[in-house]
Design a protein around this ligand. Structure first.
Ligand SMILES: NC(=O)c1ccc[n+]([C@@H]2O[C@H](COP(=O)([O-])OP(=O)(O)OC[C@H]3O[C@@H](n4cnc5c(N)ncnc54)[C@H](OP(=O)(O)O)[C@@H]3O)[C@@H](O)[C@H]2O)c1
Length: 437
C-alpha cells in the first residue's frame, strides 16, 4: 500500500464538516479506489472550541489557514472558507506557491483571481481543482474540461442558483409573492440573511464566468456580464408566462455570436415542455450544446453539505490517484497563455424572442399605438393580448406581447417609445425568451 495522502482542510462549516465526515465514513472505499488512504492531517477554522459533529482528534489544529497551507504536514490543501479575498485567497496562493495541490469550492475566488491562481499552479506543476465551485454536486467542470475535449461548444446555460430556483418554483406552484417565497427560503436556510448576492444574480454570474472560460477557451471575465436578478418578477409575469406556455427561470447563459461572446444572467422564459423547465426547487442544471456530442443536460443538487462534499472528495481522489511524473491538465482546460482574450458581444445586439408586459391607461387608441411602436422598430409579433388589469380593472388594461426573434436594441427602442407616448401606468416588464429543447 502506498503512503497516505495527507489532506489539510481550512474551513469547517457546512461543506468542510461534511468533507471531514464523508472522508471518515468512506475511508475504506476511498482507500480501495485511490490505492492509498486519504487522511485529514490538519484543519483550520475561526473557532477552535466549536463542536462540529465530526472527529478532529487526529488532525493538527491551525489558527491561521495560511500557515496550514504552507506547512510541511500535508500533500493537498482544501480551501472551504469562502470569499474572494482575505484568508481564502491568501491561503490558496500560499499553497500553490510552495508547490502544493489545491482543492476549492470557492467560485467567488476563481471568478475574480482564477487566471492568476491558474498561472501559479501551472508554473509549479500542481493541480487546482474546483468541481464544487459550479453547480455543487454536479460534475460539470470535469465534463467540460475533460470529457468534451475536441467538441466545440456553441452555448452553455443553466440554473446555477438554488435559492432563485426555489423562489420561482414556489411562486408558480403556489401563487405566492416574491417576498413571501424569499422569507420562506431564509427560514429554511436556502437564502442568506442578506440575499442580494443570490437574488440579484451575482452568484450565478460568478459560476457562469467559469463555465464561459471552459466553454470557449477565453479568459475569465466576471465583470463583463449582463446582469438582472429576479426581484422584479411578479405573479402577473408568472401567470402570463404560464398562459403562453412558458416558465420563468433565472438562467446564466454564455453563447458565441458573430460579434463575440454573450454572457448574461437574467430571468428567462423557457418553454414549459423543455427539459430545463422541469428543474425545480433548489436543484441546479447545466445545458451544454456542442458540435460533436450534441446537447447535454446535467442536473442535480447544486448546494448542501453532502452534495458539495461529493464534488470536493472527487477532486481530492483525483490527486490521491495521481503519481509523481503524472502530467496535470491545465486548470481552465488549456494553458493560461492559450486562453483567448474575452471579446464581449454588446447586449443590444442580442437576438431572441421577447415577452413584454405593459400596464396601460384604458383609453381609445392605446392598443393601436403600442402595436405601431412595435411595427416602427421592425418587431414582428407572435401574439398580442389585452385584458383587464387585476389591480384596477376600471381604468387600466394589461397588454402582453410576445415577439418573434428580434434584437435587444429594437425592443428597448420600442419600449422607450411607448413610455414616451405616456400610455403606461407602471414600469414595463421585459423578459427574454430562451430557446431550450
Ligand atoms: N454551502 C454550500 O452548499 C456550498 C455549495 C457550493 C460551494 N460552496 C462554497 O464552499 C465554501 C464554504 O462554504 P460553507 O457554506 O461551508 O461556508 P460556512 O458554513 O460559512 O463555513 C466557512 C468556514 O470558514 C471558516 N473561516 C472563516 N474565516 C476563517 C479564517 N479567517 N480562518 C480560518 N477559517 C475561517 C469558518 O470558521 P468557524 O466555523 O469557526 O466560524 C467556517 O468553518 C464557499 O466558498 C462557498 O461558496 C458552498
Amino acid at each position: 500500500m502506498s503512503e497516505a495522502l495527507r489532506v489539510g482542510i481550512a474551513g469547517l462549516g457546512t461543506v468542510g464538516a461534511s468533507v471531514v465526515k464523508v472522508l471518515a465514513d468512506k475511508a475504506a472505499e476511498l482507500t480501495r479506489q485511490c490505492g492509498r488512504p486519504v487522511v485529514v492531517a490538519a484543519v483550520s477554522a475561526r473557532d477552535k472550541g466549536r463542536d462540529r459533529g465530526v472527529d478532529l482528534s487526529g488532525a493538527t489544529w491551525f489558527d491561521d489557514p495560511v500557515e496550514l497551507a504552507k506547512g510541511d504536514g500535508i500533500d493537498v490543501f482544501v480551501e472551504l472558507i469562502g470569499g474572494n479575498e482575505g484568508p481564502a485567497r491568501a491561503s490558496v496562493e500560499a499553497a500553490l506557491q510552495v508547490g502544493r495541490h489545491v482543492v476549492t469550492a470557492n467560485k467567488a475566488l476563481l471568478a475574480r483571481h482564477g487566471l492568476e491562481l491558474a498561472s501559479i499552479a501551472e508554473k509549479n506543476g500542481v493541480l487546482l481543482n474546483y468541481e464544487a465551485a459550479v453547480a455543487g454536486g454536479i460534475p460539470v467542470i470535469k465534463t467540460m474540461r475533460e470529457a468534451l475535449a475536441g467538441n466545440t461548444v456553441t452555448r452553455v446555460f443553466g440554473i446555477l442558483n438554488g435559492t432563485c430556483n426555489y423562489i420561482l418554483t414556489r411562486m408558480e406552484a403556489e401563487g405566492l409573492s416574491f417576498e413571501a417565497c424569499l422569507a420562506d427560503a431564509q427560514r429554511l436556510g436556502y437564502a442568506e440573511a442578506d440575499p442580494t448576492f443570490d437574488i440579484e444574480g451575482y452568484d450565478t454570474a460568478h459560476k457562469l464566468s467559469i463555465l464561459t472560460s471552459l466553454a470557449f477557451g477565453s479568459r475569465i471575465a466576471s465583470d463583463d456580464i449582463y446582469l438582472e436578478g429576479i426581484s422584479n418578477i411578479t405573479q402577473a409575469d408568472i401567470r402570463a408566462a404560464s398562459e403562453l406556455g412558458y416558465r420563468i427561470k433565472l438562467l446564466g447563459v454564455a453563447q458565441r455570436t458573430d460579434e463575440g461572446i454573450e454572457q448574461r444572467v437574467h430571468p428567462t422564459m423557457v418553454p414549459t415542455a423543455s427539459v430545463i423547465a422541469q428543474v425545480n426547487s433548489v436543484t441546479n442544471a447545466v445545458a451544454i450544446e456542442t458540435d460533436i456530442v450534441g446537447d447535454l443536460l446535467l442536473s442535480g443538487p447544486g448546494a448542501g453539505g453532502n452534495a458539495t462534499a461529493s464534488a470536493v472528495i472527487g477532486d481530492i481522489a483525483d490527486i490521491a490517484k495521481s503519481r509523481p511524473g503524472f502530467q496535470h491538465g491545465p486548470v481552465f482546460g488549456r494553458p493560461v497563455s492559450e486562453l483567448s482574450p474575452y471579446v464581449r458581444a454588446p447586449m443590444r445586439s442580442h437576438e431572441g424572442g421577447y415577452f413584454i408586459r405593459l400596464t396601460v391607461h384604458d383609453r381609445v387608441g392605446v392598443f393601436a399605438a403600442v402595436a405601431g411602436r412595435m411595427a416602427e422598430n421592425g418587431i414582428s409579433l407572435e401574439s398580442i393580448v389585452q385584458h383587464a388589469n387585476g389591480a384596477d380593472p376600471v381604468t387600466q388594461k394589461t397588454v402582453i406581447l410576445v415577439s418573434h426573434e428580434t434584437t435587444e436594441a429594437a425592443v428597448r427602442k420600442a419600449v422607450d417609445g411607448i413610455t414616451e407616448d405616456g400610455h403606461l401606468t407602471t414600469k414595463p416588464q421585459v423578459i427574454r425568451i430562451e430557446r431550450a429543447a
